[in-house]
Design a protein. Sequence first.
Lengths: 423, 423
Amino acid sequence: MTDAATQTGLEDWDRRAAALDANDPLAGFRDWFDLPEGVIYLDGNSLGPLPKSMPGRLNHVINHEWRTDLIRSWNTAGWIDLPAKVGAKIGELIGAEPGSVIAADSTSTNLFKILSGALSLAPGRTKVISERLNFPTDLYMAEGVIGQLGQGHELVLVDSPDELPGTIDQDTAIVMLTHVNYRTGAMFDMAEVTRQAHEAGALTVWDLAHSAGAVPVDLAGAKADFAIGCGYKFLNGGPGAPAFLYVAPKHQEAFHQPLSGWMGHAAPFAFESHYRPADGVSRALCGTPPVLAMAALDEAMTIWTQVSMADVRAKSAEQCTFFIDVIEETCAGRGLSLLTPRESDQRGSQVSFAATDGGFAMMQCLISHGVIGDFRAPDILRFGITPLYTRYADLLDAARCLANILDSGEWDDPAFHRRAKVT
Amino acid sequence: MTDAATQTGLEDWDRRAAALDANDPLAGFRDWFDLPEGVIYLDGNSLGPLPKSMPGRLNHVINHEWRTDLIRSWNTAGWIDLPAKVGAKIGELIGAEPGSVIAADSTSTNLFKILSGALSLAPGRTKVISERLNFPTDLYMAEGVIGQLGQGHELVLVDSPDELPGTIDQDTAIVMLTHVNYRTGAMFDMAEVTRQAHEAGALTVWDLAHSAGAVPVDLAGAKADFAIGCGYKFLNGGPGAPAFLYVAPKHQEAFHQPLSGWMGHAAPFAFESHYRPADGVSRALCGTPPVLAMAALDEAMTIWTQVSMADVRAKSAEQCTFFIDVIEETCAGRGLSLLTPRESDQRGSQVSFAATDGGFAMMQCLISHGVIGDFRAPDILRFGITPLYTRYADLLDAARCLANILDSGEWDDPAFHRRAKVT
């Protein structure tokens, strides 16, 4: 696999990995993906790999639906229904009530719609509460909405989740949090935070970018008000796949969002001169969806209809623990410190280590050996754990590779410090 | 081609069509497209057909860039640069200054950004002027922006272009018009209307959905302030292809828009905690672009780099006139009346007829014979003229088919009245 795989002294780990892989109820799903040779892919939390059925589906969309049926495919191939159809599949995966999720636009754009609509449901309240270390674009979008509204709303950022209960108050309009933190993998108790928010009369907006397909989510059970999320990470919908959004049924009638485009109109083909929102979550649609990308996400979601999320969660928890343990053993004394919670119920499906120095170069060196994780500023080595296609043996090989790189000092080469862009 | 092609009595038209096709400098471009058999496609103003190079390009994106290079393709395949790269190609086609166009999101979403940013550049002015018969989603989006701002702006709609000069005044912030009307094909004099707007101190926002790839556009020469447009019509970028937007260089530094996502940040990978807009038009980007759809649009734009827009315009004008003339001769007395201006310099690249009765069913019947145009409420038969792949002989056959349907009354069958959705 990698040239580090020859390292010795880890026979116990080898035996353990082999036993775990042999007893893995999800092992067969690896064959649903077309994984490149010579790569251990621990970045499925940033871009999921290609499902094997994808080229066939897209070939049909391109050569039959687009080429042959042309404009008729809006009806005959159901293009017009894709946002609701894909949304329904995602909704099922995240515990949403039927008809409360649609696929559309980007995560950022969907957050704009949701925040705009949610703020209008909380008149007189001024605070939007989030975390300082939330995914930056979520904070940028909140700044954008607040600036556009010009009604004196304020983005209040807590430095730690512990500060949330003392910060949520009667002035709080919205608690906007990413369920699983993109840096550390720490996971909020969605039901408990939602309860705290509701107790103060506030609404919740959950970013599920690192949750959908990663951990069981129960939006209805948690009484969440709104959510958004991403199609190209754990869901494997392809680069820049459409995102999704959730509006709880109880809010759908009162929910109004300003990106009031024709796809969200009650009668999109009547060409009326005034906007009249569609019933239900469809009013959160705006413009024409990118059909190629939407069809790809639809195809990727067929895998999720076959999977038990409980099985995924059990393997994810075990794999995260396995990976943490083997890295801490093999890389001891090399300046790595675990950022991800050790308790599996407090984390999502990734493992992050802070590097005291040179994390960017370490990751570039690791990638050059075919072990693909990613780097997040300022010093984080981030590894996505994706049970559908990752074996314990892969995790062990990745850890060996990292240990070799740190032992040899190979990472500390100017070539690995030089690259400009990481995504 | 169609079963109407056997109709006799049009020998002069046959000879004329043959001569025009034989002398067509653009004839070779038809071979760049993979057109379905048995179809005369006059709806390329709604969804352009498949370029022949498209399956190969998308196969590469799917099976090499996504499958093999995975997350690395953001750098190695230049995914991160696609919005600017595609924007540059579109910009060249519409007379934009270098670095003033990006491809992103949907036309509607881009209009929201542009209107928001433009209104903030016109403080104290309250009117957004448009046409009552503008494309509805443009009006819906203006309603959405105005409603969210809550600053007392007003959408003022003129019933006819003649009313514009008398309506644009010192209170006018923005004149927002679709350059070529989606119903009638009537085209504004962009330079003249922009001059009128500027004289009153107002800004212009041009919707180029039916202009880009249809007629020569000279944004810089017309001194236009802002523009938006669509990738899936005349540009042939695929169903729901990403849209584009233009910000004139003189406005770029002061332009701020509220969809302030990470892609428009000055340092998108620095994960800063506050939004800081990128230089130039890139600040109008928001979320992660749909790469499959964006690559398809990029591929479609390679055709446009080979074409003389003057040649396209000359053939489009000739073909529109030809089609109008032959329909008016063959369908005389059947209740069709021309909506499109007769003077070629006052129209875009489509021909529309109002039907006194049953236009929807007429179009459905026509489509059943393989002649694909579209219907627009309340009574419009709309035909897109797309010189890159449409022959004069096709236009003649389409007119024959329509004449046959009207003569025979075949269109007035319940089956053709029944279908619910048309796009």
